[in-house]
Design a protein around this ligand. Structure first.
Ligand SMILES: [Mn+2]
Length: 205
């Protein structure tokens, strides 16, 4: 984990195991530039929503044991992305902290509400009709969001209000997460660099 210079909210993660090899770059104050390749086309499509609609810059190069299944690759990208958010946020000074977004995509409607609280927790309610969407097992979508939340030390609730098409349901969920992350990670100048907590700290060791 490498964090940027003072005032820069960036992180670089390099993670190597017998199951996956991942390099990830995140800039919280980017302009929506995404370069994502995981070997799982549908997963790339969903991940690309995060920089696009969060206005982050995000590079992900992941090579995983897809000859087994998508599990390790999806899970480890979630871990690395979460670690990058946690690292780039540093002491979480001056941030808006809590935000939500409700995003429609045709018949699908999904809520994402999150708190950059310093505590990792996820409640994901995304009932999919099928076992896969494209080359991505739908089971892994909730698992990815959970891994992201735990490692980013954020509280994440995702709830589907409507949807028939699994592709729409998943994509509206990622767009909602992106929009909520965009809002929660913004610096509010009125905070004057304070930690947004009556406790005085959001950082966890
Ligand atoms: Mn789509």
């Amino acid at each position: 984990v490498t964090t940027g210079a003072a005032g820069e909210r960036r992180a670089e993660i390099a993670r190597e195991t017998r199951e996956t090899s991942i390099r990830l770059l995140l800039d919280l104050d980017g302009s929506g530039q995404g370069a994502i390749g995981t070997g799982i086309g549908m997963f790339d499509h969903l991940l690309e929503q995060i920089p696009r609609h969060g206005l982050f810059d995000l590079t992900i190069e992941a090579r995983g044991d897809l000859h087994r299944d998508a599990h390790h690759t999806v899970e480890d990208v979630g871990i690395c992305l979460g670690q990058a958010f946690n690292s780039a946020l540093g002491e979480r000074r001056g941030i808006v902290r809590m935000a939500h977004a409700i995003v429609p995509l045709d018949e699908a409607l999904t809520l994402a509400a999150l708190d950059l609280s310093g505590r990792g927790f996820a409640a994901i309610e995304l009932p999919f009709a099928g076992e896969r969407v494209g080359d991505l097992p739908t089971q892994m979508i909730g698992h990815f969001l959970q891994s992201l939340a735990v490692e980013a030390r954020l509280n994440l609730h995702v709830r589907s209000f409507a949807g028939e098409n699994d592709h729409h349901r998943a994509e509206s969920a990622f767009k909602a997460v992106a929009r909520a992350l965009a809002a929660a990670t913004r610096i509010d100048p009125r905070m004057a660099g304070d930690v947004p907590s009556t406790k005085g700290a959001l950082e966890h060791s």
